[in-house]
Design a protein around this ligand. Structure first.
Ligand code: MG
Length: 164
């Protein structure tokens, strides 16, 4: 049996929260008074996922592929960036596949439990994977740090990939 060419990837993101800005996480619109200040659609969960995939495949980082000053990505859906990155990885590793994804969203409010299934299902759809292999968890900042004072939202994502 061939040994799997497994690679782990880690991604994180941090965005300042702003009132009256839409909040998108994992491609799902969240009902919220605050959203992420950003050049793109500010989807911090997809941004961390992209960085994790780039890390696992040794292809650099999100800032290198999607410069924040590039007008092409102004208000762009992050799912388009993810699709571009998947193509890039498949060019280098044609048999590449993602084994599983585990993610944490740190946000004081609103509670994300009611969105968890939709977020997991959407990420599974974007990656062409079974939803059982995608895990998204949410944590508050317990009133501490810029997370706890509603100033920021942070995300962390790990992926396990087989480069084939
Ligand atoms: Mg970001």
């Amino acid at each position: 049996m061939e040994t799997p060419n497994l690679r782990i990837g880690l991604g994180s993101d941090l965005h300042r929260l702003k009132e009256n800005v839409p909040l998108n996480l994992g491609g799902i619109r969240i009902e919220s008074a605050w959203g992420c200040e950003a050049h793109s659609d500010g989807d911090a969960l997809l941004h961390a996922l992209i960085d994790a995939l780039l890390g696992a495949s040794h292809l650099g980082d999100i800032g290198e592929h999607f410069p924040p000053n590039d007008p092409k990505w102004k208000n762009a859906p992050s799912k388009d960036m993810l699709a571009d990155v998947l193509l890039l990885i498949e060019e280098k590793h044609p048999h590449f596949y993602v084994v599983n994804v585990d993610a944490v969203i740190q946000l004081e409010a609103p509670k994300l439990l009611g969105y968890r299934h939709a977020i997991q299902a959407n990420i599974a759809h974007l990656l062409g994977m079974d939803v059982e292999r995608i895990s998204v968890k949410a944590k508050t900042g317990e009133g501490l740090t810029p997370i706890g004072t509603h100033e920021a939202l942070a995300t962390q994502v790990v992926v396990l990939c087989d480069l084939g």
